[in-house]
Design a protein around this ligand. Structure first.
Ligand code: GDP
Length: 296
C-alpha cells in the first residue's frame, strides 16, 4: 500500500541496515549496540532517542537472557512502537475546529486539502477558512484545493485580520451546519511573537463564537528536513499548544526515523502522514501499521 511504498527509502536506509548488522554478529555485545546506535542516529531517530532505545535494549537483553542477535530486531520494533504509540487519532467530537500551523513550503496547503478530502469522504461537512491573509497566493492555492475537494472556503482580501476570517468561518459553519472548520494560518516562524498573538486572537474568537467546538492544532512539518523538522516542532511547541503533527513528504525521504524522534522528545502524537502529492496521499497515522510497514 501507499504507506509501505512511501517508507521504502527509509526501509533501505534503516531496516535493511539493521538486518544486515544483526546478521553479521554471532553474539550480542557492546559493539553490536554501538553499531546499532549509529544506524539509528543516521536514520534521523536523533541522538537522545537513539541512546534511550539502546539503553532499554541492553536492559531487556540482560533481563530476558536473550542471546541471539536476530532476536534484537523484535525488541527494537517493540521499543519503537512504545515510543510512537500516542493518542494518534484526530478528535471525533463535532463541531471540530482544526488550526493548521507550520512554516511555508512544508506542505500545509496540500495537507489541508487532503485532510478536508479525508473528512469529507468520511461523511463530514467541511469548511476551509483562509486565515493566512499574509500571502495572497496562499488563499488562491487553498481555493484550488477547496474546489478539488468540493467544499466551501471562506476568504478575505490580502492583509485583512486572520481572526476576522475565522469569525466569518464560524458563522458560516453554523449557517451551513458544517462539522469541521479547517483554518489555514500564516507560516511565519521568524516572527514568532506575531504568530502567537495571531493564534491567541483566533482562540479568543473561537472561544467566544463557538465555545462548544472541540479544537485541534496541527503542526505541519516536512520529513525530508529530518532533524530540522524536529527543531521546528520544538519551536512551535514552545509558542503554541500543538495537539498533533502532520508529517509530510515521507515518500521522498529516508528520514522516516524522525517520527520516533518527534514522539519521544515532544510527546506529541503524529496524526497524519503525507505520502505523495495527490489528494489521496495522506494517511491517518497508526503506530502499529507504521512499525509493521517499516519492519516487514
Ligand atoms: P505550503 O507552502 O506549506 O502550503 O506547501 P504546499 O502545500 O504548497 O506544498 C509544497 C510542495 O510540497 C508542493 O509541491 C506539494 O505538492 C508538495 N507536497 C506536499 N505534501 C507532500 C507529500 O506528502 N509528499 C510529496 N512528495 N510532496 C508533497
Amino acid at each position: 500500500d501507499r504507506l509501505r511504498e512511501g517508507l521504502s527509502k527509509t526501509k533501505k536506509n534503516f531496516t535493511e541496515k539493521v538486518e544486515s548488522l544483526l546478521k553479521s554478529f554471532r553474539q550480542i555485545d557492546d559493539d553490536l549496540f554501538e553499531e546499532l546506535e549509529e544506524v539509528l542516529v543516521l536514520s534521523d531517530v536523533g541522538v537522545k532517542t537513539s541512546q534511550k532505545i539502546i539503553e532499554n535494549l541492553k536492559e531487556r537483553v540482560k533481563k530476558e537472557k536473550i542471546l541471539n542477535p536476530q532476536d534484537v530486531k523484535e525488541l527494537l520494533k517493540e521499543e519503537m512502537l512504545n515510543i510512537i504509540n500516542l493518542e494518534n487519532k484526530l478528535s471525533e467530537k463535532y463541531p471540530l475546529i482544526i488550526l493548521m500551523v507550520g512554516v511555508n513550503g512544508v506542505g500545509k496547503t496540500t495537507s489541508i486539502g487532503k485532510i478536508a478530502n479525508l473528512l469529507k469522504s468520511n461523511g463530514r461537512k467541511v469548511l476551509i477558512a483562509a486565515a493566512d491573509t499574509f500571502r495572497a497566493a496562499a488563499a488562491e492555492q487553498l481555493e484550488i484545493w477547496a474546489k478539488r475537494v468540493g467544499c466551501d472556503i471562506i476568504k478575505h482580501v490580502e492583509g485583512s485580520d486572520p481572526a476576522a476570517v475565522v469569525f466569518d468561518g464560524i458563522q458560516a459553519m453554523r449557517a451551513r451546519k458544517a462539522d469541521v472548520l479547517i483554518v489555514d494560518t500564516a507560516g511565519r516562524l521568524h516572527t514568532k511573537k506575531n504568530l502567537v498573538e495571531e493564534l491567541k486572537k483566533i482562540d479568543r474568537v473561537i472561544n467566544q463564537q463557538m465555545p462548544e467546538a472541540s479544537k485541534e492544532t496541527l503542526l505541519v512539518i516536512d520529513a525530508t528536513t529530518g532533524q530540522n523538522a524536529l527543531n521546528q516542532a520544538k519551536e512551535f511547541n514552545h509558542a503554541v499548544n500543538i495537539s498533533g503533527i502532520v508529517l509530510t513528504k515521507l515518500d521522498g525521504t529516508a528520514k522516516g526515523g524522525i517520527v520516533i524522534s518527534i514522539c519521544d522528545e515532544l510527546k506529541i502524537p503524529v496524526k497524519f502522514v503525507g505520502v505523495g502529492e495527490k489528494i489521496d496521499d495522506l494517511q491517518q497515522f497508526n503506530a502499529k501499521e507504521f512499525v509493521d510497514a517499516l519492519f516487514e
